[in-house]
Structure formats: C-alpha cells, structure tokens
Design a protein around this ligand. Sequence first.
Ligand SMILES: C[S@@+](CC[C@H](N)C(=O)[O-])C[C@H]1O[C@@H](n2cnc3c(N)ncnc32)[C@H](O)[C@@H]1O
Length: 566
Amino acid sequence: MSTNKLQLHEKELLVRISELELEIKKLKDKKYGLIWEDKPEDVVLQCQNNIPILREVKNRKIVSDNSAPNNLLIEGDNYHSLSVLNYTHKSKVDVIYIDPPYNTGNNSWRYNNDYIDKEDDFRHSKWLSMMYSRLKLAKGLLSAQGALVCAIDENELNTLGLLLQEIFYGWAIDCVTVIHNQGGIQGTNFSYNHEYIYFVYPRKSGYINPELRSGEELTPFRDWGKENSKREGSPNCFYPIIFDGDKIVGFGEVPKDTFHPKSSNELKGDLIYIYPIDGNGIERRWRFARDTVEEIADELVAKKQGEQYSVLRGKKNYIRKTVWDNSRFNANIYGTQLLSQIIPEKFPFPKSLYLVKECLVAVEQNKNATVLDFFAGSGTTGHAVLELNKQDGGNRNFILCTNNENKICEEVTYERVKRVSKGYKNKKGEKIDGLGGNLSYYKTDLVNVDKLHKISDEAKIKVTYQAGEMIAVREDTLTEVEKNDWWQIFKGNNKITAIYFKEDKEKIKELIKKLISKIEDEKTSVVLYIFGWGKNEYKNEYSSGLIRVEDIPEPILEVYKEINRL
Ligand SMILES: C[S@@+](CC[C@H](N)C(=O)[O-])C[C@H]1O[C@@H](n2cnc3c(N)ncnc32)[C@H](O)[C@@H]1O
C-alpha cells in the first residue's frame, strides 16, 4: 500500500475511533431510559443543505366566511412542515393532536422510502428515530399552556411513553385507554377493543378540563350521612338556598348558631328558603360550604317531595376517568362510516370525530386556540375544530400537515375539509350544511443553500426571494397582492406584510410611501421585512409608529441552524 493510502486509511480509522468513543460515552452516560439505533432519515439529512419553505397552491384556497380565521393545510413530509412552523408558529400552538402510524408491521408507513414490515429488525428503532425528530420540533411550537395529545396502540405504547418522558421531562404525562371498537379485533389470544391516548401537559392541578354531562341524573344535595352530616360539625354548610318555584335565585348567609329555622321550607313572599333539615327536624348540612356553593349554582334544582321542597343536584362536571368508554368513540361508525358519507375516497382507520373533539376540549377551553395535527390523514382534527367552533361560536384555527401518499392530501384531507366547510350531499343525497371555515393549501419545498452552516451571499438572496409565503403565514396575511423584482406584498386580517428583497435600497422609500398610503386608505397595520446581511441593520432607520420592521433572511436561517443542532 502506498504511504498516501496508508495515511488516508489511518485518518479514517481515527475518525471512526472518535465516533465510537462518543457512542460509548453516550451509552455510559445514560443510566436509565431509551436507547435505540438511530438510523439517519433522508428528510432530516436534506435539511443540512436545504431550507424548507412553503408554496401556496392558490387554486385550492377555500373561503366560506371572510370573518372566520384562516386554517392551513400543508402537504409534504411533516419533518419539513414542522421545520417551517418553527419559524412561523414558535410558541403559538395551543394543542397538538397527533395519531402517528402505529408501526403494526403491516407495511403501513415508510422510512427512507421503504415500507416497514414485521421482519425489519430495526422496525422500532426507525419508528423511534422518526418520532424523536418530529416531537423535538413540535415541542417548540407549544404555547406556555399548550398540550400534546398522542394516540397510539399496543405496538409502540411503551416506547412512546419513554420517549415522551425523555423529550417532555418535567411535564405531566397521563395515558388514557379508549374503547374505540366495542366488538374487538380478533387476535390469536386476546381480542383488542381498545387503544391509548397520551396527554402531555404542564404540571398544574385542574389543567385537564372536566367532562361535561347533561346533568339529568339528580342526587340529593343535603348530606344523608349520620353524625358527621349534622349542622354542628360544619356550620358553614348550613344556610338557606332560595328558590322561585324550582328555579334557584340565590343563597342566604350562614345564620348565627342560635338561629333555628322553624322548618326546612320557609316561605317569604313568592320565594322559598330551603334549609338542610331532614324529615325528623334534625339540622344537617349541604354538601357545599356557603363560600363555594355558587360555583355549582346552575346544577341545583328544587323538587317537591310530598308537601316539602328539597334540593337536588344534577352534576354536570365530572373529573375525567382514565378509561374512556362511549359509543361515540367508535372508530368504525364515527370514523370510517362518517367519512364515507362525506367523500367517496377511502382512508384506512380515521379516528372517531367525537373522540378527537373530546381530546381537544379536555385540554383547551380557549375559543381562539390554534390546533395542530402533523399526522393529519383524513383531516378528522380539522373537522373537529370546525364542529367545536360551530357549537360554541369559537374562533379556533387549525393547521393540518400530511404527506400526499396515495394522494391523501389532495383527495382526502383537502376534499373533506372543503366539503365540511362549504356543505355537501351525503350518500343518500341529503344536503348537509357547511360548518364555515377558510383554508389555504401549501406545499413544502426546499431551497438549496449548499451548507446551512456556511451560507453564501447568493444563497441568502435566494432564500429571501422564496420565503414570501412563509412570512405571509407567520404574519397571517395570506393574500398576495403584488410581486416584482424589488418587493412582495401580502394582506389579510387588516394587516399588510411587505418584503423588500434587495441589498440595494434605491427603491425602499418608494415602497414605504406606497405602504403609508395604504395605511391611510385601508386603515391597516404594516410590517416590513427588509433584506440585510445580518440582524437589526434597518430597524432604526425605517421603523416608525406606523411600520414595524423585521429582518430577513437571518432569523429564518437561525431557526434552521438551531433545528439542525437538535
Ligand atoms: C394514522 S394516520 C392519521 C389518521 C387521522 N388521525 C384521521 O383521523 O384520519 C397517519 C397519517 O400520517 C401520514 N404520515 C405518515 N408519515 C408522515 C410524514 N412523515 N409526514 C407527513 N405525513 C405522514 C400518513 O399518510 C397518514 O395519513
């Protein structure tokens, strides 16, 4: 072997040795938790020398209600979509609901273009690598009070649990069992009729919203117990509840110990004052003290029993149990069959619409919440958000991301959202009213920058020219109104976003003049992204009370560099 070749060989060996030393250190450092063989994924590697961006498919825009929020559908690998969202929606998402491929070994998902089957020795490692890189990106999108909800079955239940503990260290993580298939799927030993949902949320008591029921089941509000149900032990639980007929109108104050009402029902004009006194005249207690009873006032009714009225409670709020068993969660009836009423195309295993709705309300009561699903499939999550908005007049918006395998995004996700937004005819030909809602359809694309860590000036200019739609999404100003060699302008939501592309600032005053006249004519606010080689080069010079100035492309590049360090 020549000396040159030997030296090369030696160099390669030294590199390999240092890689192995790193691996050994990693294994030694890890005392507890998950270890798997990390197989590099093409879509992740692509981001070392490419920048993901968005391109709108304008003819797929859906506008059914100008006053409603904009929803987004992003077609592409979700690693790229999540990368883009780290620039457009950092800390802005309130709920992430996902239903990833379950890794059943039935060729139901692909890693680096190969379907994963049961024989693949790295089946679980590949799934973990895929989930790890996406969950890391997703975490940065959650708002301070945001939560992640993830459906899963027995194939990856345990690995996912450990992965979540690692990524969401310090968060509350609970796992709920859902009976989603009452009949069960035939197995060789057990017939599976359930799957799971992980809830990952900030540690805070009362974070999970109670389950709402109709309140029809009435129980006595007076404590029926024995000695400890008496007035003496809990004087603050002895006070009159005031009714006009069976309708509650208020609560009296806790009386002095020396006061003893003559009977449980005292009439004062048209009103009845009801005290917790039993049939033998013994003074007992209500189940809530005077200072907390008003929280459940709407659950109390008066019912005549014999000659006297007594107070009953129709409890509406129940702390959620960890087994969810409700026929409305049936995936066949309210997933597959429901979807077949909306679109002709088939989709494997959509979730029950009502189950996804329930997951959303369990973690969020904010009617303006932003909801993300980055394994959107047939778009059940988008449908659930539109239904919730219709139900309670909310303004929630959603972002759905899915690949277009077997044309899912175009023919299933998009078609479903379009039909449920605008209205459609079901299989019987009956007209179903639309739920409203607007949608903009984007595809991810990659801008080649050669090396993310050493971007050339030429590549920076290229990124600036192509980042327009991504910036429009960030500012929620989705309609392009003008584009030329110097600038691009978008508008929406009473706001204008302008991007000035060039290092040469010859025409920037012309653009600013134009923007100011728009501010005066259209009473809009304006944000102006100005090209610069670094950061904060033009903020002082061009920002004013009327115009907010932002840099481009440096902040975008920083986000992608950070993602690549993850
Ligand atoms: C289990 S399905 C979700 C079903 C959905 N919850 C519903 O109710 O219709 C998972 C979806 O994620 C999509 N998917 C899988 N890997 C993906 C990836 N890397 N990027 C984007 N979408 C992906 C699949 O095409 C599939 O449609």
